[in-house]
Design a protein around this ligand. Structure first.
Ligand code: CA
Length: 421
C-alpha cells in the first residue's frame, strides 16, 4: 500500500467529517495570501492549506533535497518534472508531518498553516496543451439522438476515444467569473445567422487528468505505462454555448462554443490518493484494438455533482453522476492520443468529456438534463432553468468515499456574468 494512503492515520489538524481533505488525500495546489502575494505550492488538510515553501524553509522537507524554487513556484509543473517518485516521497513526508504523533511540526504550525477561506487558490498547472475527449457513452448517445435521431452513435465511437484539441489559454481557476460569450447563431427557421450573446449557456461536468511525464515526439505511450504518465486529476467544467455550437460544429467540430472558458478545481489530487476507488469500467463491446486493450481496474468510483445557485440564493443540485460511467478510461485515452507519435508535455490537460450516467438525474449538462430546454429544472424557490442564467453560479464537486474516508477535489465554481454588448 502507498504509505500516505494509510487509512488508520490521523492528523493533529482538525478535519471535519465531510471534508474533502483528510490526511489520506494531500492534493497539490498553488496559493498566495494578502500579506505574502508570492505564489507558492501548498497542500490541503481539513479547512486549511499548508505552505510547502515555508515547510522547506523550516527544514522540514530536508530529506527530499529539493531546491526552494520547486516550492516557491507559480505552478506545479517543476515539481511534476521531477517525476512521480519524488512527488510520492513528498506526499509521504507531508503525511508524517501532519500525523497526530508529530509534535515538532505541530509546534511550528503557525508558520505554515493558513485557513483555506483566507487564501487565494490559483490555477495550479501551467497548461500547455488541452485536449477534450467525448468518452461517456450515455452523453454521446443523448447528444447524438438530439441532433441525429436516426443515427445517434457514429460508427467510430466504440472503436476509439473521440476527442478534439481545445484551447489552453482560457482555462481558469475556480472562482473566476465567466462572461457570457457573444457569437453567431442560426435562429430556428431562419437561413441567416445573427450575432449576439448565447441564449443557451451550458456547463459540462468533467474530470481532467494532468500529464506529469512527457513522451518524445514519435514515441507512443504504451497502454500499460499510461497511468505512470498521469500525475493526478482535477474537476473540470467545459463551459459550452449550445446555439453557437450547433451552427459552427460542422465540419470541424467545436470552436468558439467552447474556447471562451473552462473552469478547473484548484487542487490536483494525485492518482495515488485515488487508488482505493479503483473499479472495473463498463464492458467494452466490440473488443478494442490491441493498443487500446486494458485488463484489470482502470476506472475510478468518484461521485460527481453539479449545483446551480442563483443570485438570490435559490439553488439546486441538478446532477449526480460518477466518473466510473466513462466508457473509455484514462489509460485508453492517453494511449490513443499518442499512438500516432504525438508528444505530450508536462502540464498537458485531458478532459474526460461530459460524464453522464444512465439515469436522467445523472446527466452532465443542461442540454441533456432539460432535453434541449423541453423539460426545465427547478431551483429551491421554484424558478425554472432551461440553461444557465446571468448571475447563476455553477459549482462542480467530486469525491470518493470508502471506510469513512472521503478523498475529494474541493470545488470548480464559476459565476456567469452578462455578455458585453
Ligand atoms: Ca466537453
Amino acid at each position: 500500500m502507498i504509505k500516505a494512503n494509510d487509512p488508520t492515520r490521523k492528523s493533529w489538524v482538525e478535519v471535519p467529517a465531510d471534508s474533502d481533505f483528510p490526511i489520506q488525500n494531500l492534493p497539490f495546489g498553488v496559493f498566495r495570501t494578502k500579506s505574502n502575494p508570492t505564489p507558492r505550492l501548498c497542500t490541503a488538510i481539513g479547512e486549511n492549506v499548508v505552505d510547502l515553501a515555508m515547510l522547506n524553509y523550516l527544514d522540514l522537507l530536508d530529506e527530499l533535497e529539493l531546491d526552494n524554487e520547486v516550492f516557491s513556484n507559480r505552478y506545479l509543473n517543476d515539481l511534476m518534472a521531477l517525476g512521480k517518485p519524488v512527488a510520492r516521497r513528498l506526499r509521504d513526508r507531508l503525511a508524517e508531518l501532519l500525523d497526530e504523533r508529530n509534535d515538532e511540526a505541530k509546534d511550528l504550525a503557525w508558520h505554515f498553516l493558513h485557513p483555506m477561506d483566507k487564501v487565494e487558490l490559483l490555477l495550479p498547472v501551467h497548461v500547455g496543451d488541452y485536449t477534450d475527449f467525448y468518452s461517456s457513452l450515455e452523453h454521446a448517445t443523448n447528444v447524438g439522438s438530439m441532433f441525429r435521431p436516426d443515427n445517434p452513435l457514429l460508427p467510430n465511437w466504440k472503436h476509439l476515444p473521440v476527442g478534439y484539441h481545445g484551447r489552453a489559454s482560457s482555462i481558469v481557476a475556480s472562482g473566476t467569473p465567466i462572461v457570457r460569450p457573444n457569437g453567431q447563431t442560426l435562429p430556428q427557421g431562419s437561413e441567416q445567422p445573427v450575432f449576439g450573446p448565447t441564449k443557451l449557456m451550458d456547463f459540462e461536468l468533467e474530470m481532467a487528468f494532468v500529464v506529469g511525464k512527457p513522451n518524445p515526439l514519435g514515441k507512443p505511450i504504451p497502454i500499460e505505462n499510461a497511468e505512470e504518465h498521469i500525475f493526478g486529476l482535477m474537476l473540470f467544467n467545459d463551459w459550452s454555448a449550445r446555439d453557437i455550437q450547433s451552427w459552427e460544429y460542422v465540419p470541424l467540430g467545436p470552436f468558439l462554443a467552447k474556447n471562451f472558458a473552462s473552469t478547473a478545481s484548484p487542487w490536483v489530487v494525485m492518482l495515488d490518493a485515488l487508488e482505493p476507488f479503483r473499479t472495473a469500467g463498463p464492458s467494452q463491446d466490440p473488443t478494442p484494438l490491441p493498443y487500446l486493450k486494458t485488463t484489470g481496474e482502470h476506472s475510478f468510483d468518484l461521485h460527481l455533482e453539479v449545483e446551480i445557485r442563483a443570485e438570490n440564493g435559490a439553488s439546486a443540485v441538478v446532477s449526480r453522476s460518477n466518473f466510473k460511467y466513462m466508457y473509455w478510461n484514462m489509460a485508453q485515452q492517453l494511449a490513443h492520443h499518442t499512438v500516432n507519435g504525438c508528444n505530450m508535455n508536462i502540464g498537458d490537460l485531458c478532459g474526460s468529456g461530459t460524464i453522464s450516467g444512465p439515469t436522467p438525474d445523472s446527466y452532465g449538462s443542461m442540454l441533456e438534463l432539460t432535453w434541449r430546454g423541453s423539460k426545465p429544472l427547478q431551483l429551491s424557490d421554484g424558478s425554472e432553468r432551461k440553461f444557465i442564467n446571468d448571475g447563476d453560479t455553477v459549482t462542480l464537486r467530486g469525491w470518493g468515499e470508502k471506510d469513512g474516508i472521503r478523498i475529494g477535489f474541493g470545488e470548480a465554481a464559476g459565476k456567469v456574468l452578462p455578455a458585453i454588448i
